[in-house]
Design a protein around this ligand. Structure first.
Ligand code: NDP
Length: 419
């Protein structure tokens, strides 16, 4: 029996909300609040006839802490699920602290305006000290650890697939498969085809920022940064086949390096087709990926936001996308003194997701873990107070929930390794 407030009603939130409505015995009441209330109303109307969960909707600008506080105090939820954008992480955490409510999200904080001088000064210092230059990192949210602990509240960070399930896979490998882990390769393969020459599978602004940034990996206790897309490998993915994949910086590397300190090397690879890369390079070269506002015919516009308006809405790709995703982690290490390897992954079919919840697999593979993370917090399986990432919690009930609610694991004890 719980009341949950979901903030955001885009591609990922729609899946998470649909899944919550399949578990009405836990998610008894749900409020969907977002910037555009009509989207919340539309989803609520679609789900209401099929669920016992009591759904209400609200309008909120999650950049404004006062508005959030009024909404949370009015609804009195047990948990706030932030499935808006990473830009809103800190304002929503502030509001949760002010109202004494647990918090979770699916991506770590990054600022909308990367030219803000105050933010930039802290960012540039971090780039020098830490050795990676991504706009996002955990420091902003880890700074809330003591506040959440003192308030007796939990903030669960990054509970999608990657970040999220990939960290649960790490915790599972550490708990059941290895005494010590030597290397971790996270492989994210999307073998889906939506038929458009160019579209992103989740929020274009967040996606293109991530992909066009320098790559980096963790090795021997420090970051190694490389120019974007300069480490390429080919891998033969179960049920998908051979794909080119590229090394990217990814947020969970930072927390895994902290929580599994013996790991000598941690890398993240994502598959991309040549058409995607060529379009992205071209858009970048002409300045369309810029977040700096420009004046156009008397109006101020942000190029990447204008591009977002032109690109297909990721939430609309569901009916067109065919094929499968395969996301997981390959580990090397030792058990009982013996060297061993282990691969744990999930394969998800775009069309099956569409038939079930009307969305493609990228939103599905993020929205289902968000629901399962909420389930862990609401049913008392994950209770540690403070600000935590997924690998800090017991992976067993979470992976069991994923098996049950649509993202079952597969295992391979003799996988091909990535050189
Ligand atoms: P969308 O752009 O589809 O949806 C974002 C939603 O947030 C929209 O409903 C939008 O409202 C709402 N929103 C944006 N700004 C505000 C605001 N100021 N106040 C209130 N609501 C706001 O994004 P996705 O669903 O694709 O992504 C959601 C999150 O999931 C992102 O943080 C993304 O980084 C993360 N993600 C995580 C993954 C993982 O594996 N961990 C993978 C993929 C995504 P409006 O309709 O008005 O635009």
């Amino acid at each position: 029996m719980s009341r949950v407030l979901v903030i955001g009603c885009g591609g990922v939130a729609s899946v998470a909300i649909s899944k919550c409505c399949q578990v009405s015995e836990v998610f008894t009441e749900l409020c969907i609040a977002s910037r555009t209330k009509s989207k919340c109303d539309e989803l609520a109307a679609k789900l209401a006839p099929k669920t016992a969960t009591k759904i209400t909707t609200a309008q909120v600008d999650a950049d404004k802490v006062d508005e959030l506080i009024a909404l949370i105090n009015g609804y009195k939820p047990d948990l706030v699920m932030n499935i808006a954008l990473p830009y809103q992480d800190l304002t929503i955490m502030d509001a949760c602290l002010a109202c004494g409510v647990n918090y979770m999200d699916t991506a770590n904080y990054e600022p909308e305006d990367t030219e803000d001088p105050e933010w930039r000064a802290i960012y540039e210092k971090r780039c020098k000290e830490a050795g990676f230059s991504a706009y996002f990192d955990y420091s902003w949210q880890w700074a809330y650890r003591k506040k959440f602990e003192d308030a007796g509240l939990t903030a669960l960070l990054g509970c999608g697939f990657d970040p999220g399930v990939t960290q649960a896979y790490c915790a599972y490998a550490k708990k059941h498969e290895f005494d010590t882990i030597d290397t971790i390769d996270i492989l994210d393969c999307n073998g889906g085809d939506h038929g458009y020459p160019f579209a992103t599978n989740f929020n274009p602004e967040i996606n293109l920022r991530e992909v066009s940034a320098p790559g980096s990996y963790w090795e021997n206790g420090h970051w190694v940064e490389i120019p974007p897309m300069t480490i390429k490998r080919e891998y033969d993915f179960d049920q998908v086949g051979r794909k080119d994949m590229y090394l990217l910086h990814h947020e969970e590397i930072e927390s895994i390096a902290l929580n599994i300190p013996e790991a000598r090397r941690i890398r993240f690879f994502m598959t991309f087709g040549q058409s995607y890369l060529t379009h992205m390079k071209c858009l970048e070269n002409v300045g369309m990926l810029s977040t700096t506002p420009i004046l156009f015919e008397g109006h101020e516009i942000v190029p990447i936001q204008f591009l977002k308006a032109l690109l297909p809405d990721p939430a609309s790709l569901g009916p067109r996308t065919h094929g499968k995703t395969n996301i997981g982690c390959i580990f090397t290490g030792k058990k009982n003194g013996q060297a061993k390897t282990y691969y744990i992954y999930n394969v998800c079919d775009h069309q099956e997701c569409y038939r079930e919840v009307g969305s493609q697999a990228i939103s599905y593979t993020t929205g289902v873990p968000a629901m399962c993370g909420a389930l862990m917090l609401l049913t008392g399986k994950w209770t540690t107070k403070g600000v935590h990432t997924v690998e800090e919690f017991d992976p067993d009930p979470f992976l069991d929930a994923l098996d049950k609610y649509g993202l079952p694991r597969s295992e391979n004890r003799a996988p091909a390794l990535v050189d």
